[in-house]
Design a protein around this ligand. Structure first.
Ligand code: ASP
Ligand code: MG
Length: 412
């Protein structure tokens, strides 16, 4: 029988009533003839509560115990979902990650999936089980310890199962009815997309659109898993939600398909560093060793052998960055006059595969921001994305203006 993967996020399993509603959706697919692998998150708020308990108990916690604790929310929902399905006379059972087993590496709290053997589940499907309810977010390390895949990791569990079992589709049920051109809370003109390309979704996910864990999109792209994002709160037709798929499956597309933003950015400037070969390596090497995720970088034109170097990173990594740079200065690897951190900035990005073949997108974006009186502090581009760093107080304005100028409210 064809296999379907259905993933339910925290709000979709937040209480017994919602679990029943989700189980009914599963029942509909079973009735169509699918064997279903259901991936569940913890009830909404549960993982945060568990993380809080860990921090309260042990600020410098053992990551193996952190994983043992925070993975437990999913065990509860997997069991409850299996029971609910049984009540509906659907043959179902729960599986924890280690029982499958979903094998990962040993990077606790951010583990990577290495293998999902299919024999155990397939044997049960062969015996008449119609639904395998798998606890998302968790796996087992080579040492036999429980691991977790990072916050939001159930999305990645779902896509990995879809790839391993060659599922017909991977449906991600959540509290929004799809992927939008931008955050509807910021621009009321935001439009739900029927389809979006993997590459665009990857940019949007990593740029701060919180619908899907970035890694799940990477995996879906690599294994060409058809991924659909849809709401568990509405009756759903077969073409509901947003399909995340290969570029070739999208016939018509706007040049810009999404405006993403991220509030938690900081801009750091090293004032007056020596302009010599190796200076960038001497600055960004220590930052990378300290685990700072540097995003945008600009180096100014040098004057009399000295230059300013500016980069952006997440706000909560500023202290770490400062420490790393101060240490590099103390050891004589680099020299600078001043280190300035600006934490009142935000990043706004325009994303679209159409940019590959169409010029003038950057110019239009910069003109729009200039007309609104928004000063651009840093610019970064890729083939399908243009990002700017601006004062945070202009973030909403910039998102709305760009959504308007690229006419994202209209379908292609
Ligand atoms: N419950 C986990 C979290 O909140 C995993 C997930 O829901 O995807 O991060
Ligand atoms: Mg999520």
């Amino acid at each position: 029988m064809p296999i379907l993967v259905m993933k339910f996020g925290g709000t979709s399993v937040a209480n017994i009533d919602r679990i029943r509603r989700a189980a009914k959706r599963v029942g509909v697919e079973v009735a169509k003839g699918y064997d279903v692998i259901v991936i569940v998150s913890a009830m909404s708020g549960k993982t945060n509560e568990l993380v809080g308990w860990v921090n309260e108990t042990s600020p410098m916690y053992d990551a193996r115990e952190y994983d043992a604790i925070v993975s437990s929310g999913e065990n509860v929902t997997a069991g409850l979902m299996a029971l609910t399905l049984q009540e509906m006379d659907v043959p179902a059972r729960s599986w924890q990650g280690w029982q499958v087993p979903l094998k990962t590496n040993s990077a606790h709290s951010a583990a990577r999936i290495e293998e999902i053997p299919t024999d155990n589940l397939n044997a049960k499907f062969g015996e008449g089980m119609r639904v395998a309810v798998v606890a998302g977010f968790q796996g087992i390390s080579p040492e036999g310890r429980i691991t977790t895949l990072g916050r939001g990791g159930s999305d990645t569990t779902a896509v990995a199962f879809a790839a391993a079992f060659e599922a017909e589709r991977c449906d991600i049920y959540t509290d929004v009815d799809g992927v939008y051109t931008t955050d509807p809370r910021i621009s009321p003109k935001a439009r739900k997309l029927d389809k979006i390309a993997f590459e665009e979704m990857l940019e949007l996910a990593s740029l701060g659109a919180k619908v899907l864990q970035t890694r799940s999109v990477e995996l879906a792209m690599r294994y060409n898993v058809k991924l659909r994002v849809l709401s568990s709160f509405e009756e759903q037709s077969d073409d509901a939600g947003t399909l995340v798929c290969a570029e070739e499956e999208i016939v018509e597309s706007n040049v810009v398909n999404g405006i993403a933003y991220s509030r938690d950015e900081a801009k750091m400037t090293l004032v007056s560093v020596a302009d010599r070969p190796g200076i960038a390596a001497a600055i960004f090497g220590p930052l990378s060793d300290a685990g700072v995720n540097v995003d945008m970088i600009i180096q100014n034109i040098a004057e009399e052998g000295r230059t300013d170097m500016t980069f952006s990173c997440p706000t909560d990594q500023v202290t770490r960055a400062e420490k790393a740079l101060e240490a590099a200065k103390a050891s004589g690897e680099i020299n600078y006059h001043d280190l300035i951190a600006d934490t009142d900035v935000a990043k706004v990005s325009a994303v679209g595969i159409g940019m590959r073949s169409q010029s003038g997108v950057a110019a239009k974006m910069f003109k729009t921001l200039s007309d609104e009186g928004v000063n651009i502090k840093v610019i970064a581009t890729s083939e399908i994305k243009i990002s700017v760093l601006i004062d945070r107080k202009y973030m909403e304005l910039a998102v709305q203006a760009l959504h308007d100028v690229f006419e994202l409210e209209k379908a292609a």
